[in-house]
Write a protein that binds this ligand. Structure first.
Ligand SMILES: Nc1ncnc2c1ncn2[C@@H]1O[C@H](COP(=O)(O)OP(=O)(O)OP(=O)(O)O)[C@@H](O)[C@H]1O
Ligand SMILES: O=c1[nH]c(=O)c2[nH+]cn([C@@H]3O[C@H](COP(=O)(O)O)[C@@H](O)[C@H]3O)c2[nH]1
Ligand SMILES: NC(=O)CC[C@H](N)C(=O)O
Ligand SMILES: [Mg+2]
Length: 548
């Protein structure tokens, strides 16, 4: 393990003890396919650690030695002028390589001396893959081991290979592709035209597992169980004997899991801070403090900054302005609190705070290194990243390599209750972005109360785990109603509930009508200021999950 004291280099600090040096690792090179992250998911599901890097990655700059490499698909055509090409050095590593779709075309291009014959002939959707046995080439059949000889796969390509390079043999065909899968005669280089990473390819998982475990000889030891110990050791090595860490903890699953790991690693030298920004859910701050303390032994400081936040939000109606105000104020409050902690702990024997814990997940990392470049800003998601510049703290991100479902599995292993682990995500700017228009104390009261009833009824109906995220939004319009023979002129609550796996796309949830009826009646009866409930039936895209 490396000595922590020498590592003062902000941001790169976490990289000093890379997970890829602790596990057998498959490298996935991303050529910009919309499915690249799915390849990563499937390899991880097979129990093998893998990392996704842009296809422009130079092998000499890699800080680990992969056991195998996968080349992803791509929106490009291999013959385009500006088509991306892989560093030829990957073929000199003498490790197994698998090309998928564009990856296949790239392999043919490289082995065809940087040229290949392509025709435009698209194949999109299901196809029947017929597998050939090639008994004379010992490694040829390993990719399709235990796969039915005739199996359904998913195709998505417009370019069609007319020939394959010398030294390659066909191991599978479809009706339209004579080269649906090929292999080098002399080395473990495989290429397939179909997409094994999508669930429509029925035996796709087996193909990827065969590649990672049988062909690359990776150990299937990527389990959250093994991760805990390694990660705790890694954190200790980074923080050292006396270093202290501060972390913003919201009660959401990411920051809670990160906090529990940190607490296990360094005990009381970890300081968890929850900022009450005045727009948290009803009773949330007290509940989170209670649960983290009693269940997980984390001493959470709750900083009540609600007056500061609500003061700054006064008169503001623009969604982006709200987000910026909350993000900036958060930084100020957090910074003040860290200084206070340093003061309070100066005689404790622990060192000053040098590190900031963040709950960054792998999808955020993938997005930021994407070959396609950053996507257009739809909304400025609040995060604590801005703290870094001002605070000169080193960043520790124990979940940086994990997907959300891995974080949840980790949480369960760490003894965190199902209630916390399966909590719906809650955005940093909280209900301020669920109150359309100005955020006033009275609007906060209405939105909070309605949301509380909504979630309570969802839980009572046993639907909480079926729904990925649900919340109530308060609309800035009033409508006419009649209650107890009297005219009312009050506000509207919009209920939102979505199902999604990655929060990038989402579908609205189909409630049983009886549940909606009960929710509607309770909110109208119990929340003063509301006389109408509507249900949001928009998917993402074209809508987003939050209303602002
Ligand atoms: N009120 C808060 N007090 C302290 N930290 C916060 C607060 N709200 C958000 N954060 C910080 O911002 C980060 C990003 O928020 P985000 O909502 O994405 O993650 P989370 O709250 O940990 O989990 P989830 O996505 O399940 O809500 C959190 O991990 C946490 O570090
Ligand atoms: O921590 C966060 N800070 C934010 O500023 C923020 N904005 C949206 N979200 C959450 O992101 C997911 C996708 O939301 P959208 O479809 O509205 O963009 C959903 O889960 C949203 O709740 C946020 N989370
Ligand atoms: N999905 C892909 O990788 C497609 C590769 C290439 N653009 C084609 O159309 O064939
Ligand atoms: Mg949250």
């Amino acid at each position: 393990m490396a000595e922590p004291q020498q590592k003062k280099n902000k941001l790169t600090l976490d990289a000093q003890v890379k997970i890829s040096t602790l596990y057998d690792t498959i490298l996935i090179l991303d050529f910009g396919s919309q499915y690249s992250h799915l390849i990563t998911r499937r390899i991880r599901e097979a129990g093998v650690y893998c990392e996704l890097l842009p296809c422009t990655q130079k092998i000499k700059d890699l800080d680990f030695v992969p056991k195998g490499i996968i080349l992803s698909g791509s929106p490009y055509s291999i013959t385009d002028q500006d088509a991306p090409h892989v560093d030829p050095a990957i073929f000199e590593l003498n490790i197994p390589i698998l090309g998928i779709c564009y990856g296949l075309q790239e392999i043919c291009y490289v082995f065809g001396n940087n040229s290949t014959e392509l025709a435009r002939k698209s194949e999109y959707g299901f196809a029947k893959l017929e597998i050939n046995d090639l008994a004379e080439i010992p490694h040829a059949n390993a990719l399709f081991e235990s796969v039915e000889k005739s199996t359904q796969v998913w195709m998505s390509h417009g370019d069609h290979l007319d020939t394959i390079p010398e030294g390659f043999r066909v191991i599978a065909t479809t009706e339209s592709s004579a080269y649906a899968a090929i292999v080098s005669e002399t080395r473990p280089v495989y290429a397939i035209q179909f997409h094994p990473e999508v669930t429509h390819s029925i035996e796709g998982k087996t193909v990827l597992r065969n590649f990672a475990i049988n062909i690359c000889a990776c150990s299937a030891n990527w389990t959250m169980d093994s991760f805990i110990d390694k990660e705790i050791e890694r954190i200790r090595a980074i923080v050292g004997e006396t270093g202290s860490v501060v972390g913003a903890v919201s009660g959401g699953v990411d920051s809670t899991v990160a906090a529990v790991l940190m607490k296990r690693a360094i005990g009381d030298r970890f300081h968890a801070v929850l900022v009450d920004n005045g727009v948290m859910r009803l009773n949330e701050c007290e509940q989170v403090k209670e649960t983290l303390g009693s269940q997980l032994g984390i001493n959470l400081r709750v900083v009540d900054a609600s007056d500061i936040f609500l003061g700054k939000l006064k008169g503001v109606t623009d969604p982006e302005k709200k987000r910026k105000i909350i993000g900036n104020t958060f930084i100020e409050v957090f910074e003040t609190e860290s200084h206070k902690i340093d003061e309070e702990c100066k005689n404790s024997g622990a060192g000053k705070i040098e590190f900031l814990l963040q709950g960054t997940l792998y999808p955020d990392v993938i997005e930021s290194i994407s070959f396609k470049g950053p996507s257009a800003t739809i909304k400025s998601h609040h995060n604590v990243g801005g703290l870094l510049e001002d605070m000169r703290l080193n960043l520790i991100e124990p979940l940086r390599e994990l997907f959300k479902d891995e974080v949840r599995a980790l949480g369960t292993l760490l003894g965190i209750s199902d209630e916390l682990v399966w909590r719906h995500p809650f955005p940093g700017p909280g209900i301020a972005i669920r109150i359309l228009g100005e955020v006033t104390p009275d609007q906060v009261r209405i939105a909070r109360h309605a949301d509380y009833i909504y979630i309570e009824e969802i839980k009572k109906a046993g639907l909480y785990r079926k729904i990925s995220q649900a919340f109530a939004a308060l609309l800035p319009v009033r409508s006419v109603g009649v209650m107890g023979d009297m005219r009312t002129y009050e506000q509207v609550i919009a209920l939102r509930a979505v199902e999604t796996t990655d929060f990038m796309t989402a579908d609205w949830f189909e409630f049983p009508a009886s549940v909606l009826k009960r929710i509607s009646s309770r909110i109208i009866n119990e929340v003063e200021g509301v006389n109408r409930i509507v249900y949001d039936v928009s998917s993402k895209p074209p809508s987003t999950i939050e209303w602002e």
